[in-house]
Each structure stands twice: as structure tokens, then as C-alpha cells.
Design a protein around this ligand. Structure first.
Ligand code: IVH
Length: 671
């Protein structure tokens, strides 16, 4: 325990150091994989000694339970907002006013990117992050501590550098935002999962931070930068804003970028550079914040109503253009989601020609009421998909009509239907070619039907060559058909056919998962298989019966019910069964060496993958766990087994090598 405690402390220090290098200095010393290894080691240690998992451990970022609502927080100092200026003239006026009020001949400013996110305030007590809140109305905000803890770049502990002292209370202010790259990935993931897309990074950041369940926030890639602090006892005072920011950095906090600029000309040059470089920045900015550097002058200037006199947001001109909507149609995504797309008369926006703009979903389309023939403003938000900002009503043709969503999928003709969130309209056809490639890939994937060799390229070539229109067509493939494909050799064709043939002997759980029903992941498929060991039972199951399945709520039951009622889907399933696919009902074993036992897998095995081993154990009534504890019954140690093996030895847990494991498995009849 002593050594474990020491090691946990070391690991936490190392992880905090690497976080600092990565997020504050932007100069990492280790690879992501190395970082992940340290994190895993700490997780394993804490799994073994739960008392080591203190709330400030980096493993505990996603801790708290979902809240019913956010508590109110009264800010210790008001959170101000900024006045805007939109052009050089307005900025000159601001500058002249400063000169007049301060009686100075010139002023030094600090210029910072105006991050397009959500203002937050953070409180650290004795170096530990204890509370974070949104701005709210500037006086009272909402307590989003649990959500902020999930933000990777927010240090849970301050990490003082160069011997600076950590005052008892530190209160800092900044912005939570989403990087462009992360935003793109987030929307891609949402599209894949059939969730509505976020219109822009700001909306995504705001929506994510205001989730009641921190687990939801944790799944969103939020970042944070700080740009101000509230004076507290023990916090040194500095002559300039620049020094303040440098000090925050020395406390281990990620600080927003900033440059000094002298007088009007300095700010003009900085603004121009920043405007030109905005697309190169990894996050979205809508202007530059110009602040007076000298603290003393700031104090003398004070504030008017809700914004300081010593700073201003110097906005960038919007990268917007007007153009004509030639027509609106819908695109069918991988999950069947229909996304309305406006086809535009090509126009240059921010240096890029734009000819299409997404309208995201039906709600957005209705809200903006975009119609064919409309003149609209389009905007390129950073590197994000171009979007329509607004319609110019005065230019709308007299005979224009609101866009009607198609009642049938434009690609396959199946009915379209609104999904449970009410925002997305989907194609309900199981064999829609637009969805087919992705569905085939999922069907064949390792944890579904496990057809080795069926990658992205092959799936899409099978579909585009018309060889595969339904899942069942896979089972009608032969060598001749396969050899007609480009770059398909004899050997690969044979291997693929053998893999397809092998996949016929499957389990009900894999089969249900392979069908790619929305919301049905591996766990749901397993629960469904337990309640409905034969697929045809689902044809006659009513919503109530489906709702009784473990972890299936009313929404999911509705989706499942609709799926098994749709004739196209039934036909697809019947055809698979007719082709010889035989899903075996789950057999939960209550006797045998693995029944009711907890097993930990570690290291690599030569004869089977970890997923396969897990399945074999579960089939025999065992449970696979990630960490070794006194409750572990077996540790299966493959090659290069590491700390888990060591722990098993320390705890006297029974250890099986690959041979012994296989022998125990074979002692059992295959379920
Ligand atoms: S300073 C009293 N600095 O812009 C100073 N704000 O329009 C108040 N913002 O509420 C904020 N980047 O959410 C400051 N570098 C930056 C900023 C920034 C973005 C946001 C912030 C604020 C809003 C005011």
C-alpha cells in the first residue's frame, strides 16, 4: 500500500507535468501513447486501491452524478462583457477617449484573440480546483464544476513553476471553446450516430457545458483558455496585464495568446495580422480583444455599466456574401439522416468559392425559412461548412413556397420518418444504397458478423458495382463475381468467400448487432438476445415487451418496434436466414470453470484476440473485468503481460497462461 501510494503520487505528478507541457507551454515531451500508458497505470493502481482515487486525481475527471439542475453562483466580482467596435474609425474613437481620460500621450495595449465560446470563472482553493461557473447575467451564473472538471486542459491542481507561491484562493476567468478540428470530428461522430449536427463550435461548446450529466460533457472535446483574474489575498499585484498573464502561466494555467501593441498604429497592424491569420488559428475567433496593458491606468478608468472602459472587442468584418439559392435538396447520410442542402450560385466567401451550404436539419430550415429562389447571406465560419445566415425577405420571389421534405427517400424510395429527437428526418429503408456501404461495413465488422477482409474499400466497391444490394447478397457472392472487381486476386477472393461462409455460424447477439439498428450497440444487442433468443420473436413483440428488455427505454423500444415492423427490414432478415445464416441463441452457463467468475485479460495471445477471449468467457457465464482485485478469480496472462500480472501474483489470484486458458475453455462444450 505504501509503495502503491507513492507510485500513485509520482504518476499524478508526471501526468500533471505532461499536461502543463501540452496545454500551457504547447510543447509536449511525450507522445500521446506514452501519456496514455501513465494514465492507465494510475487507473489500474486506483482500481486496486480505491482509497487512492482522490477527487483531484486526473482519473476522476468524470466523477459526479447527473444533476437535476445547476445551482446558482453569485460571482465574487462581476463578470463584465465588452463593448464592440467594428472598424478602424470606431477603434480610433476608443483610443482618443483613452488618451483624453488618461492624459497620456500614448498607450500600450495587449491584443488577444476573441475566443468564440463561453465565459467561465474558476476558483482554486489551496491549489485545488473547487468551483467553476458560467457568466450568467454577469452577477449570478450557474455552477458547472462537474462539467468543467472534464475539460482536459483545465488543471485540477495548480502546478506552480519557478518557485511562485500559490495563494490560498485563486480566481481566474476565461473562455471554454471547441477547436475547429475537434468540432469537425464531433460533428462527424454525431452524424455517424445519427445525432443532429451542431451549427457551429460556439453552440457546441455552450450546449456541452450546460449538460446536466458530466458524462455527456466528458464526451465533448472542450478546451479552455484564461485571460483575467480576480485579485485575491496573496495574489501578487503587477504593473501590467502582460505580467499578470505570465504569472497565471507560472501557476500552471493555460493562458490565451497575447501580443503587446503600441498605440493606434500598433493595434492596426496587430488587427490586420490577426484578421489575415484567423483561418490558420486552431480555434474560431470573431475579433481581437484590445486591452490596456498598464494596470494602474485600468484602475483609474474603471467601468461603465457592464463593461470596462479599458478594453474593447475589435470585431473582424464578417466573412459573408449574398447569393442566390438555386435549389434545395436532401442528402442521405450513413445513418439515413436526411440533411437539407442549399445549392447556391457560386460565390467567393473569405477567399473560398462556396456553391453549397448545409441547412443542418428540418428545424433549422424552418427557422431560417430558406426557399429556392431566395437571396441569402452565406458565411464561412472558420474552416467549418458554409452556412446560410439569413434570407433577404425583400428579394423573395412572389411565387416562392416553403421547402417540403420528401415523404420518400430520394435514393431508395422508402418512407422517411421523423426520429425521436424530432429534429432529424430519416430514410427508413434497410437497403438504401446511400446507407448501404456503411451498413455492410458495420455488418461485417469484427464484433458483428466478423467477416475478415471486408474493409471500407471492398464494401464500397461491392455496392457501386451492383454486386451487393442487401446483406444477403454477401452470401450469394462467388469467385467469378469477386474476380470481376478491380484489384481482386484469386487468393483474396477465396479468403473472403471462406470468411463469409464462416460468418454464417454466429450468435443471436452478433446477428442483432450486425443489423445496425440505430441506438443498438453491443450491450443492447446482448440484452435483446437474452430476451428474444430467436429473431422472429421480434416480429411479433409489441412495444411493452421490448420495453421490458434490460436498459431499453421507451424511445429505443419505439425505434426497435418500428424496425421490426418495416417490411423491407423483415425481408432483409428473412433473406439472411434463408441464405444459411444461423444465429445461435445465447446459452448462459451456470456450471463450469468460468460460470459466475470474474476474469481479467492481460497481455496478447497468439491464438485469439481479446474480444474473442471475452466472448468465450461470457458465453460460459463469466465476467471480464479491466482491473485486478481481490475479487478476481482468474488472470489470463498472455505475452508481455505487465502490471496486472504482477498484481495478480501479489494478491495470489490464479494465473492462467494461454495454454491453460484454452484447455479450460475446451473442457467446455461450445455454447
Ligand atoms: S476579457 C472585463 N478577453 O467576450 C473583461 N473576453 O464580449 C471581460 N471573450 O464575456 C472579458 N475572448 O466571453 C476577454 N481574450 C478575451 C476574450 C473575451 C473572448 C469573450 C468573453 C466576454 C465576451 C465579451
Amino acid at each position: 500500500m505504501k509503495t502503491a501510494e507513492k507510485r500513485a503520487r509520482e504518476l499524478r505528478q508526471e501526468l500533471a507535468h505532461h499536461n502543463y507541457r501540452y496545454y500551457v507551454l504547447d510543447s509536449p515531451e511525450v507522445s500521446d501513447a506514452q501519456y496514455d500508458r501513465l494514465m492507465r497505470e494510475l487507473q489500474e493502481l486506483e482500481g486496486q486501491y480505491p482509497q487512492l482515487a482522490t477527487p483531484d486525481s486526473p482519473t476522476q475527471r468524470v466523477g459526479g452524478e447527473a444533476a437535476e439542475k445547476f445551482e446558482k453562483v453569485v460571482h465574487r466580482a462581476p463578470m463584465l462583457s465588452l463593448a464592440n467596435v467594428f472598424n478602424d474609425e470606431e477603434f480610433s474613437d476608443f483610443h482618443e477617449r483613452i488618451l483624453k481620460l488618461s492624459n497620456a500621450s500614448d498607450v500600450t495595449y495587449v491584443c488577444e484573440p476573441k475566443l468564440d465560446g463561453l465565459a467561465i470563472t474558476l476558483r482554486y482553493e489551496n491549489g485545488t480546483f473547487v468551483q467553476g461557473a458560467t457568466r450568467g447575467d454577469g452577477t449570478t451564473g450557474e455552477d458547472v464544476t462537474g462539467n468543467l472538471r472534464t475539460v482536459r486542459s483545465l488543471p485540477l491542481q495548480l502546478l506552480p513553476q519557478d518557485g511562485v507561491k500559490v495563494p490560498p484562493v485563486v480566481e481566474v476567468r476565461g473562455e471554454v471553446f471547441i477547436r475547429k478540428e475537434d468540432f469537425k470530428k464531433l460533428n462527424e461522430k454525431r452524424e455517424e450516430e445519427g445525432e443532429p449536427l451542431f451549427a457551429n463550435p460556439r453552440n457546441a461548446a455552450a450546449g456541452s457545458l450546460r449538460q446536466l450529466d458530466p458524462k455527456m460533457t466528458a464526451s465533448r472535446p472542450l478546451s479552455i483558455y484564461l485571460y483575467e483574474y480576480v485579485p485575491t489575498e496573496g495574489m501578487p499585484s503587477f504593473e501590467t496585464h502582460t505580467e499578470k498573464l505570465e504569472h497565471l502561466k507560472k501557476l500552471g494555467l493555460p493562458v490565451n495568446r497575447h501580443v503587446r501593441a503600441k498605440g493606434l498604429d500598433g493595434v492596426r497592424a496587430a488587427h490586420e495580422a490577426s484578421r489575415k491569420g484567423r483561418h490558420e488559428l486552431p480555434f474560431e475567433v470573431d475579433g481581437m480583444v484590445v486591452k490596456i496593458d498598464e494596470e494602474d491606468l485600468r484602475k483609474r478608468l474603471g467601468q461603465v455599466s457592464k463593461s470596462p472602459r479599458w478594453a474593447v472587442a475589435y470585431k473582424f468584418p464578417p466573412e459573408e456574401e449574398s447569393t442566390l439559392v438555386e435549389l434545395i435538396d436532401v442528402q442521405v447520410g450513413r445513418t439515413g439522416a436526411l440533411t437539407p442542402v442549399a445549392h447556391l450560385k457560386p460565390v467567393k466567401v473569405g477567399g473560398v468559392t462556396v456553391s453549397r451550404a448545409t441547412l443542418h436539419n428540418e428545424d433549422e430550415l424552418r427557422r431560417k425559412d430558406v426557399r429556392a429562389g431566395d437571396t441569402v447571406f452565406v458565411r464561412r465560419a472558420g474552416d467549418v461548412i458554409p452556412e446560410i445566415v439569413s434570407v433577404v425577405p425583400s428579394k423573395r420571389p412572389a411565387d416562392s413556397k416553403p421547402y417540403e421534405f420528401p415523404k420518400n427517400c430520394p435514393v431508395c424510395g422508402a418512407k422517411t420518418a421523423k426520429d425521436d429527437e424530432g429534429a432529424i428526418i430519416r430514410c427508413t429503408g434497410a437497403s438504401c444504397p446511400a446507407q448501404l456501404v456503411e451498413k455492410i461495413r458495420h455488418f461485417a465488422s469484427r464484433t458483428a458478423m466478423d467477416i475478415d477482409g471486408m474493409g471500407d474499400k471492398l464494401a464500397s466497391s461491392l455496392v457501386s458495382n451492383g454486386l451487393v444490394k442487401t446483406f444477403a447478397d454477401l452470401y450469394a457472392l462467388n469467385k467469378e463475381k469477386l474476380l470481376s472487381l478491380e484489384r481482386m486476386g484469386e487468393k483474396s477472393a477465396e479468403n473472403l468467400l471462406a470468411a463469409i461462409d464462416r460468418s454464417k455460424q454466429t450468435t443471436q447477439r452478433r446477428f442483432l448487432y450486425a443489423l445496425g439498428i440505430r441506438h443498438v450497440g453491443e450491450a443492447t444487442a446482448k440484452a435483446l438476445a437474452e430476451s428474444f433468443p430467436e429473431v422472429k420473436q421480434l416480429y411479433s413483440a409489441d412495444i411493452d415487451a421490448i420495453t421490458r428488455v434490460k436498459d431499453v427505454g421507451p424511445t429505443m423500444a419505439q425505434v426497435l418496434f418500428a424496425f421490426f415492423q418495416e417490411p423491407q427490414n423483415r425481408a432483409a432478415i428473412d433473406a439472411l436466414l434463408a441464405a444459411g445464416v444461423t444465429p445461435a441463441p445465447p446459452q448462459v452457463t451456470t456450471s463450469g470453470p468460468f460460470a459466475g467468475k470474474t476474469v481479467v485479460l492481460t497481455g496478447g495471445m497468439s491464438g485469439m484476440s481479446r474480444d474473442q477471449a471475452k466472448e468465450e468467457i461470457e458465453r460460459r457465464g463469466g465476467k471480464v473485468s479491466g482491473s485486478v482485485s481481490k475479487k478476481t478469480d482468474f488472470v489470463v496472462a498472455g505475452e508481455d503481460a505487465g502490471s496486472k500480472l504482477k498484481k495478480a501474483q501479489e494478491l495470489g489470484v490464479r494465473i492462467l497462461d494461454e495454454q491453460a486458458f484454452l484447455k479450460l475453455l475446451q473442457g467446455e462444450a461450445r455454447g
